[in-house]
Design a protein around this ligand. Sequence first.
Ligand code: DX5
Ligand code: ZN
Length: 222
Amino acid sequence: MKTVEIAPSILSADFARLGEEVAAAERGGATLLHCDVMDGHFVPNLTIGLPVIKSLRRATRLPLDAHLMISEPGLYADKFVEAGAAMVSVHVEADPHLHRTLACIKGAGAAAGVAINPATPLGALEEALAYADYILIMSVNPGFGGQKFIKTSLDKVRRLRRMIDERGLQTRIEIDGGIGAENIAEVVAAGAEIVVAGTAVFGAGDPANAVRELRDAAAQWV
Ligand code: DX5
Ligand code: ZN
């Protein structure tokens, strides 16, 4: 049976109690921690940066998955690895030099991902697919937690799965936005292996239990 990783997004956590929130998600069976970095330029919101990644690195054993929603990500990507991220993704829409940026992330010792917005066609990944360790399919427009899942993302995941399998690649598929216990089985059935969940984990009061519910629901994918 395929393993599904649940990556809680700290965007919806209580930042004043971040350590406790993350520990609760870890107790519930989270295997990654998704950290949303926004610059107020590529997306219309501001969140966290390198100092928070550094502090989290000391606060949890979970691998940190940095999702860079920033312009010119090539200028910063390796700094996130140095700060402690085990995975770093940059947006295909934000970087005309993806080959270089992905090589730089890998060279610094992390897994390199390419994130893609809902309205960007998969064709934009045609070449980059072979250089990426994972693709992050956005199932909402990046910038905010708590948005509604965009249904056409399911077919996009299926088509990406086919592209990867046809080429015999090992590229993993991560999906991010609007996912909860009610639709996680569908996204897993479509071919996603890493599922990000913010509101569904930290919006309900008991992150440990919320992660357990997501894992149980994901297991119903067949
Ligand atoms: C949105 C972020 C997401 C967000 C997901 O731009 O990339 O990671 O935190 O939040 P939910 O699960 O609430 O849609
Ligand atoms: Zn994200």
